[in-house]
Design a protein around this ligand. Structure first.
Ligand SMILES: NC(=O)c1ccc[n+]([C@@H]2O[C@H](COP(=O)([O-])OP(=O)(O)OC[C@H]3O[C@@H](n4cnc5c(N)ncnc54)[C@H](OP(=O)(O)O)[C@@H]3O)[C@@H](O)[C@H]2O)c1
Length: 257
């Protein structure tokens, strides 16, 4: 991926991995726009990093995506990178009925439907500008973390969707990249601790490894333990599945679906 002179929109760029990528892209001299749901958090980010553009927008809300696309196309006609990073992770007890059936779909609406809606809303400008899509899935696309069953399923879905998008985009010249992070120290993964074979890396380490891969032209980026999980899934799928169950069993919130 060409890492300079780009205009880059990062969903969920007000914290964690999205913010770390935004700051690295900024450091390389790019124009960077980040979104998030909470205006207060975006205001804090803007105060700290005035060069970042911030826009409140929820990827689970169709109307907000349409408004964002309109605003971006008018205000940033050179937009040529969309990083679909916004995501949430919830630990669930699948053994009990959910009190809120709509709430049960939150991860599906954000992590998968958000990516699909965003790509659809921006594919015209990305095609016109010979752009790049970066979809953020997870190493859990390879092997599920059973305490976060819906989350893991959403990431497997993003992985499959991204491969299809890449093939279809061959004829348009839109570059399709997938970032598959291992466990990274952010708010999202705050309750996942090291042990039982799980290691946690910092956003700095993730950025370091990922940008080296992006620079080298990789389309599927598997930093740190993501590489091992991809291999283990092929070599010893039953073993690695059970390992992640052992590692995450204590995170199942008993009685909460
Ligand atoms: N951390 C990990 O271990 C890990 C591993 C693999 C993959 N990932 C993936 O990496 C991505 C970023 O995760 P993270 O760890 O950086 O999480 P994080 O620290 O919790 O940050 C999530 C960001 O997304 C925003 N966001 C959440 N829901 C949104 C929505 N509906 N619309 C727009 N923005 C939204 C949040 O801001 P608001 O709350 O204000 O909206 C925040 O800026 C996610 O897709 C996650 O699944 C993370």
């Amino acid at each position: 991926m060409n890492l300079r002179n780009r205009t880059i929109l990062i969903t969920g760029g007000s914290a964690g991995i999205g913010l770390a990528f935004a700051l690295k892209f900024l450091e390389l001299g790019n124009e960077v726009i980040v979104t998030g749901r909470r205006q207060t958090v975006l205001d804090e980010v803007k105060a700290k990093y005035p060069k970042l553009h911030t826009i409140q927008s929820d990827v689970a809300d169709t109307a907000q995506i349409a408004a964002l696309a309109k605003r971006m196309k008018a205000g940033f006609p050179k937009l040529d990178v969309l990083m679909n990073n916004a995501g949430i992770m919830l630990h669930k007890d699948l053994k009990v009925p959910a009190a809120d059936l709509d709430g049960l779909m939150a991860e599906v609406n954000i992590n998968v439907a958000g990516v699909i809606r965003m790509n659809s809303a921006f594919i015209d400008i990305l095609t016109a500008n010979k752009g790049t899509v970066i979809n953020v899935s997870s190493a859990l696309a390879f092997v599920p973390l059973p305490s976060a069953p819906i989350y893991s399923a959403t990431k497997a879905a993003v992985h499959a969707y991204t491969q299809s998008l890449r093939f279809q985009s061959e004829e348009t010249g839109v570059e399709v990249i997938e970032l598959m992070p291992p466990t990274v120290k952010t708010d999202l993964a705050a309750d996942i601790t090291e042990g039982n074979g799980v290691t946690v890396i910092t956003t700095d380490e993730l950025v370091k490894q990922s940008f080296a891969s992006l620079k080298a032209g990789a389309l599927e980026i598997r930093p740190g333990q993501a590489k091992q999980l991809a291999l283990m899934r092929r070599l010893a799928p039953n073993f690695i599945n059970r390992q992640l169950w052992k590692a995450s069993r204590k995170l199942v919130p008993v009685g909460v679906r």
